[in-house]
Design a protein around this ligand. Structure first.
Ligand code: MN
Length: 254
């Protein structure tokens, strides 16, 4: 059974975002995220992974760093509403030191959110992309506590170099790929997860292909958009949940 989070009865609105891929080189997206966190009407914001383009360890959040700046934005926003973070494939090394300093609550992948009579299953989505066998092998390796302990024991500069190499490799792979090459969430596994958690909607990111997919009568998969404030038109989409259901909100660029 997946983890379950019971929303406080006072919550009226919850927001879901993912795949912001925040980095120092994309200040417009960071500014849009900061503005959104301070102005949303939601009682809680669920950040479902790949919030950061890369995260090599909480010790990267040195005073004055980009990571520390983001931590400050989160801590300020946490004064107004509850913030949750689920790890993605880019930021799974984000740890309890950074989260507690930023007053953000960690969520297991997947987690069922019980809210206003709904059961929504939240995930980053990478574990569902079974067609990408190379990635699933890599994921199993890097999610093991032993690998993470060894990696985090390496000097920060070495970890940053390794992360840059991984990204270059992934960019090269992306350039060489054809449309349709990327594995999507596996439909049978998605259904299994929904049945096991008695949830009606699976909400996930990772694929950057925002869409609503009917999986069965009354069961669906709702895919979040990635964020890019500099794209034309800007991609700054929030999935908003209320007692009435889910709707997509396109934010104005700041
Ligand atoms: Mn991802």
């Amino acid at each position: 059974m997946p983890a379950e989070l019971q929303a406080p009865a006072a919550w009226r609105t919850v927001d879901f975002i993912s795949d912001l891929h925040l980095e120092a080189h994309a200040p417009a997206t960071v500014a849009a995220w900061q503005h959104y966190l301070h102005t949303t009407t939601a009682d809680a914001v669920f950040m479902l992974g790949d919030v950061f383009e890369v995260w090599v360890g909480d010790d990267a959040a040195q005073p004055g760093s980009f990571e520390a700046q983001c931590g400050h934005i989160l801590a300020q926003a946490a004064q107004q509403r509850a913030l949750f973070f689920m790890p993605g494939n880019r930021d799974f090394l984000l740890g309890s030191a950074f989260l507690s300093a930023s007053q953000v609550q960690w969520l297991a992948d997947p987690t069922v959110l019980v809210f206003a009579g709904h059961r929504w299953l939240l995930s980053h989505g990478d574990a569902l992309c079974l067609g990408d066998t190379d990635y699933q092998h890599f994921r199993t390796q890097v999610r093991s506590p032993a690998w993470q302990r060894r990696f985090l024991a390496r000097p920060l500069a070495e970890r940053l170099t390794y992360a840059r190499q991984l990204r270059e490799h992934s960019e090269a792979r992306k350039r060489a790929s054809q449309p349709g090459d990327y594995a999507d969430a596996d439909a049978a596994l998605s259904l299994d997860w929904l049945h096991a958690s008695r949830a009606s909607v699976l909400i996930h990111g990772h694929t950057h292909c925002p869409a609503d997919h009917a999986l069965a009568a009354d069961l669906r998969r709702c895919v979040l958009s990635d964020w890019d404030a500099s794209a034309q038109p800007p991609r700054l989409q929030v999935l908003r949940g209320t007692a009435q259901g889910l709707q997509r909100i396109n934010l104005e660029s700041t």
